[in-house]
Write a protein that binds this ligand. Structure first.
Ligand code: NAP
Ligand code: ZN
Length: 351
């Protein structure tokens, strides 16, 4: 075991602050990574503030961060795919049982024994796992991803959660050329969804509550932008969407979007607001529409997404911040004041 510098929260009400955390020495199948950039996901904020207490209560101290890119500093003797000096990435998962039907299907995100990158029981050291707001991490090779060499690293980090969480349901629900796709909430996830849906060939409509994001949404790849507080603009799209991805982090009226789906259309929730959303049954009944959810993605699909982003030159639009600004960044995230993902330059942890 060794000690690593990190930023952690001591309680739901305390700010993130400098701390030291234990990391295991790499075992034969482990990769040790010096973290270069870590994205700030809205899930980090939900978890740090224990907003998912009913479902995933937070264990303190909490070190968030699951959008990790870095450089390999050492590998165990059985590691074959990475060597010292390679670029490497880690997302939301660091382990799973490898034997259940979900793991055998390459869907580790559904493994009942999956270990999340932070706030999951740590089978090596006891306590819980600690995430990427830290100088280094040690992860089993099976959960370490390759970063295409053409991608900017600060902008590639958010692909590890925002990228895969939007790519996976779009692939599952058949987003391809000719499909009409809506993206609700142009934040970290939403702006990635716009870029990816565009690259998949869809006709993309961005829905935003922020009129000042209109020009950006077009630049990101949307064909049309709707300011969702404008009922007339919404009505023009009634009954027309094949698929809508809802990436909103707060309470909102989902029925307004269900009514925009065509027959058999699907709306998938990836946003995870603190409070339940109210759903009107008739919106789903008429039109046989469906409402579903989707968590992150499996490891093979995450690599597929990274390679897809490499081919299409897709990264997140990031504002790079020093770790010392992380609490300010959380407040700005709550005000939707980020274009469009904060990426922490982890070298600043050493200063
Ligand atoms: P984010 O950057 O804060 O983006 C959320 C966006 O939602 C905002 O930019 C804003 O977009 C919109 N929004 C915020 N408040 C709103 C309100 N009151 N009414 C309507 N729209 C509002 O967050 P994120 O990191 O993209 O994460 C989004 C959600 O996905 C979070 O709940 C997060 O926990 C969840 N998540 C889920 C998974 C998964 O596996 N399913 C993975 C990662 C994250 P506009 O300004 O355009 O309206
Ligand atoms: Zn995330």
């Amino acid at each position: 075991m060794y000690q690593a510098k990190a930023y952690s929260a001591a309680s739901p009400k305390s700010p993130l602050a400098s701390a030291t955390i234990p990391r295991r020495e790499p075992s034969e199948s482990d990769v040790q990574i010096d973290i270069l950039f870590c994205g700030i996901c809205h899930s980090d904020l939900h978890q740090v503030r224990n907003e998912w207490s009913g479902f995933m209560p937070t264990v303190y101290p909490c070190v968030p961060g699951h959008e990790i890119v870095g450089r390999v500093t050492s590998v165990g003797s059985a590691v074959t795919r990475f060597k010292q000096g390679d670029l490497a990435a880690v997302g939301c998962l660091v382990d799973s049982d490898g034997t259940c039907s979900e793991c055998r299907a390459g869907l580790e995100q559904f493994c009942p024994n999956a270990t999340l990158t932070y706030n999951s029981p740590d089978k090596h050291l006891g306590g819980v796992t600690y995430g990427g707001y830290s100088e280094s991490i040690v992860v089993d090779e099976r959960f370490v991803l390759r970063v295409p060499s053409n991608l900017d690293l600060a902008g590639a980090a958010p692909l590890l959660c925002a990228g895969i969480t939007t790519y996976s349901p779009m692939r599952h629900w058949g987003v391809t050329k000719g499909k009409k796709v809506g993206v609700v909430g142009i934040g970290g996830l939403g702006h990635m969804a716009v870029k990816i849906a565009r690259a998949l060939g869809a006709h993309v409509v961005a829905f935003t509550t922020s009129p000042n994001k209109k020009d950006d949404a077009l630049r990101l790849g949307a064909d049309e932008v709707v300011v969702s507080r404008n009922a007339n603009e919404m009505q023009k799209h009634a009954g027309s969407f094949d698929f809508i991805l809802d990436a909103v982090a707060a309470d909102h009226d989902i029925n307004a979007y269900i009514n925009l789906l065509r027959r058999d259309g699907n709306i998938t929730l990836v946003g995870a607001p603190e409070k339940p959303l109210a759903v009107a049954a008739f919106g789903l009944i008429f039109g046989r529409r469906s409402l579903s959810g989707s968590p992150i993605g499996g490891i093979a699909e995450t690599q597929e997404m990274l390679d897809f982003c490499g081919e299409h030159d897709i990264t997140a639009d990031v504002e790079v911040i020093p770790i010392q600004k992380v609490n300010e960044a959380y407040e700005r995230l709550l005000r939707s004041d980020v274009k469009y993902r904060f990426s922490i330059d982890m070298a600043t942890l050493k200063s």
